[in-house]
Design a protein around this ligand. Sequence first.
Ligand code: SF4
Length: 271
Amino acid sequence: MGIYDFYRRESRIAEQTEADSAAAETVVSSSLSHSELREEMAARKSAVVPAIAETEILEIVKSTPEYGVADPVAALKLIREDLGDCTRCKLYKGRTKIVFGVGDPRAELMFVGEGPGADEDAQGEPFVGRAGQLLNNMIKAMGLRREDVYIANIVKCRPPGNRQPERDECETCSPFLMRQIATVKPKAMVALGATAAKNLLAINAPMSELRGRWYDFKPAGSDPSWSGARLAVTYHPAFLLRDPRQKGEAWKDLQMVMKYLGIVPPPKTAQ
Ligand code: SF4
């Protein structure tokens, strides 16, 4: 299970330049409890912050402590301080550590997962377990280092038993993620798995429909001088651990991102 697993199937993905932001409203519940088993599940109603007026959004943004702070390092610190020892949703009850996010505050590329697992909960850092190792390998295969990107999750506390975060939990926590995204201002984002994708995009669709295209993404009220990120969707590394046959498909997704960012992958070396 090395980084070069991601070089094996290199067929092209047709880029779609038009953002596909049509939100389906189909509601289909899933009985599966683990993210790695949910990748190809039927659509469920995604947890999104309800639409509110632009002026109201601007007032909310202006009231955040990081508003007007140009230095992203300082701004992220202010967001973390604002989060505090958070008890805003019920996930606080089972957590050991809040998993805020990690990486370059000026990263061009940002990965967003679903939520912390046991290893992340213990260490307070996203993607540090086996799935995290695979994500690191994916990042290396792209010719980048983990410290070159920014990594965060939809929810910052571990859901009990690694269950899927519930709608109210996502709605409560994701505004902090939006503030992190608006601070980092990445050029490209990768949603890792269906839950992250559906929460970020408010689209109810299976992974087969979510992947292989670009979406325009910009948190409401963010810096007008930032044109926003292009967002791609790929499989969650935990799913890839369960079904390594899909690594080639994930590599196609990452190649699409690399092409957009102008990243040339390192040459393959003998293993
Ligand atoms: S998941 Fe987010 S909103 Fe809920 S307690 Fe943790 S930090 Fe707070």
